[in-house]
Write a protein of this length. Structure first.
Length: 402
């Protein structure tokens, strides 16, 4: 591995900081999503797609991906510097979450040269937005029991069934799809195959799902005798479970290689300090209550601890005892922390915590209530918190599977 020139990295970081300072768009006049799971209008989608393309063209997205496929060909430390600049200047999220964080790394790792050439650059530019077809209405968290049927018919596969919680389903051009190609396999996992499926095939339809927040960030996707080319198969028939598990490692942050940026607005736990300073209850500052002060301090300590754990996870010698511990616990800890922190913020607001976005009396335009309601989707996507705890128990602590 070539050593990084500190001067070159410093100049890149300074350039990124200046670029985001000058180019982060002003308030567009409509509500921007806090997470990729909240993109539910054409206005939001088009704005964020244009923004992602602009960041990529400037060289601050995909900086560590190979040049042959539209990346910058630089060391990962350069992308890290660019992402930090995004955070400092409160840049909007990157739109193409499934493409940048799951599909792209998966293709770079396991895809054919043809697949890399066909898809990677268009993922970075947001020309091709991707969605994920894993969960099904009848199977909950039992991904291995996926029943959507894919039957080979000449040069095509014919698909029948449905997928649920398809983020960006109504906008996506492609889907990473787990389907059952063999119902007579010796076990349910062996019968699964993995596809890079086009969403514009006849027989594929999406229906928006209205969330608790009133937004339409998800869809249900229906497949009715939908034909896709046989070369959409990734790997071989029966390898779907293996490829899906690798995909989930990227989704859960247990494996690196993502394009950079962020698809969920970074949670600044210390911003709750400003809320706490102005919060009132019964005419007195909330922080006059020693119990509330203790709870606030506990959250700030936990936030700092989680940040330090992220840094530790990047330093191999500090992870020799349980190498996968931090990577496998990160998704669980951060998503649950975000939910609890937003819940605490609503507690600080008292009765005003009942106001939502658009209400005249809402504090910070309902930011904390909105954040709390949306936090639940992150604790479910990529494996529920309960599933994550099972994974940690088995693969980190070595507990038996029951």
């Amino acid at each position: 591995m070539t050593a990084v020139d500190p001067k070159e990295l410093r100049e890149f970081s300074q350039g990124a900081d200046a670029w985001f300072r000058d180019n982060v768009p002003a308030d567009p006049g409509f509500m921007l999503p806090l997470t990729f799971m909240e993109v539910g209008t054409d206005q939001q989608f088009n704005f964020l797609r244009d923004w992602q393309c602009k960041v990529w063209e400037a060289g601050y997205l995909g900086a560590a991906w190979p040049k042959d496929y539209g990346g910058g060909g630089l060391d990962q430390s350069f992308q890290k510097a660019a992402t930090e600049a995004m955070r400092r200047h409160n840049a909007p999220i990157m739109l193409n979450a499934i493409g940048l964080n799951w599909t792209g790394p998966l293709l770079l790792d396991m895809g054919s040269e043809e697949q890399k050439q066909n898809y990677i650059k268009r993922i970075l530019s947001a020309e091709d937005v991707w969605c994920q077809g894993f969960s099904e209405p009848e199977n909950g968290s039992d991904l291995g029991n996926a029943q959507l049927r894919a039957v080979r018919d000449g040069d095509d596969y014919v698909l029948n069934g449905s997928k649920i919680w398809t983020t960006h389903g109504s906008y996506a051009k492609h889907m990473i799809l787990l389907a059952r190609t063999n119902f007579d396999a010796p076990n349910k996992y062996a019968g699964l195959s993995f596809f890079l499926a086009p969403m514009d095939a006849a027989g594929i339809e999406t229906t928006p799902i209205r969330k608790l927040t009133g937004e339409f960030g998800f869809t249900q996707t229906f497949f009715t005798d939908a034909r896709i080319p046989a070369d959409c198969l990734m790997g071989e028939e029966g390898q779907g479970w293996l490829i899906a598990m690798r995909t989930l490692e990227y989704e859960r942050g247990a494996r690196g290689g993502q394009a950079g940026g962020y698809v969920i607005t970074p949670l600044d736990a210390f911003s709750i300090l400003e809320l706490a300073k102005k919060a009132q209850r019964d005419g007195a500052p909330v922080m006059d209550d020693p119990v509330m002060r203790d709870r606030l301090v506990e959250f700030l300590i936990e936030a700092q601890g989680l940040k330090l754990c992220q840094e530790r996870g990047r330093i191999a010698p500090l992870n020799t005892d349980r190498p996968m511990a931090l990577s496998l616990t990160g998704k669980l800890m951060w998503t649950e922390f975000a939910r609890r922190l937003n819940e605490f913020a609503i507690t600080l607001l008292g009765a005003k915590g009942g106001y939502y976005v658009g209400d005249e009396s809402a504090v910070d335009d309902g930011l904390w209530t909105r954040g709390y309601l949306n936090a639940f989707s992150a604790t479910i996507g990529g494996g529920t918190s309960e599933i994550q705890r099972n994974i940690i128990g088995q693969h980190v602590l070595g507990l038996p599977k029951k």
